[in-house]
Ligand binder design. Structure first.
Ligand code: 13P
Length: 256
């Protein structure tokens, strides 16, 4: 169960899907179905090109908007990149360190720490992805990898920043595979990360951080995760279907 005062967070990562009109239509559908509730906050993260339209569509709605990535420099000759200064006002949250960025675009732990720093400077809340590959999983390294990625990401983070930080434990092998992690195993890794953060910042401060689970989450398996000490979900594929995503939000609400 999430601690008191800490809302559950459900984030839909739309990845490289949907044209601007398609993203806007999905946002309109979700806006009708997801209303303000006390225990849960819902976020959708469209591609950069759809951010403006989706954030206009969702203004004054119960759904917040997130970006999927950011570059850490403020401005300058970085063709193709988008800075935290540009995201301010459009995105309340921003995903960083997703395994797809680490694997396909060579993003390092150092990059992730710089991105977290840049986002905090512009009052955007980072959602930091951590999690092991299949090989690391088979080698029994799930906790070691998650904790070491968390440690690196927190390099420039102070105690005061913690309430704005969310981690998402996303085992790489569970992403898009239809094979979600067992809720017990996810809780185990999440507890190890919590323990590490407590050692670093103290119990009270560490309690403010939210840690989500991501990897093949759907409306059905969400129930099992919600029985565990998990603060919400980072949803990929299932977030592109408005009925399925709404169902995940409702399931989370029932158990919060
Ligand atoms: P899936 O839910 O499609 O497995 O993707 C998870 C993910 O990578 C969210 O960031």
């Amino acid at each position: 169960m999430a601690k008191e005062g800490k809302k559950k967070l459900i984030v839909g990562n739309w990845k490289m899907n949907l044209t601007v009109p398609e993203a806007t239509i999905l946002a309109e559908r979700l806006k009708k179905e997801i209303v303000f509730v006390d225990g849960v906050e819902t976020v959708v993260a469209p591609s950069f090109v759809s951010l403006y339209s989706v954030s206009e569509t969702l203004a004054d709605s119960a759904i917040s908007v997130g970006a999927q990535d950011v570059f850490y420099e403020e401005n300058g000759s970085y063709t193709g990149e988008v800075s935290a200064a540009m995201l301010r006002g459009l995105a309340k949250y921003c995903i960083v360190g997703h395994s797809e960025r680490r694997i396909y675009f060579g993003e390092s732990d150092r990059d992730v720490s710089q991105k977290v720093k840049a986002l905090l400077t512009y009052d955007i809340k980072p959602i930091i992805c951590i999690g092991e590959t299949l090989r690391e999983h088979s080698d029994g390294l799930s906790k070691v990898v998650a904790v070491s990625e968390a440690e690196a990401a927190l390099r420039f983070v102070t105690k005061e920043d913690l309430e704005n930080i969310t981690f998402a434990y996303e085992p790489v092998w569970a992403i898009g595979s239809g094979k979600a992690c067992h809720p017990d195993d996810a809780e185990n890794v999440i507890q190890a990360v919590q323990k590490f953060i407590k050692a670093l910042f103290g119990d009270k401060a560490a309690d403010k951080i939210r840690i989500l689970y991501g990897g093949s989450v759907n409306a059905e398996n969400a129930k099992g995760f919600m029985k565990k000490n998990i603060d919400g979900f980072l949803v990929g594929g299932a977030s592109l279907d408005h009925e399925e995503f709404t169902e995940i939000v409702k399931t989370t609400l029932k158990s919060s």
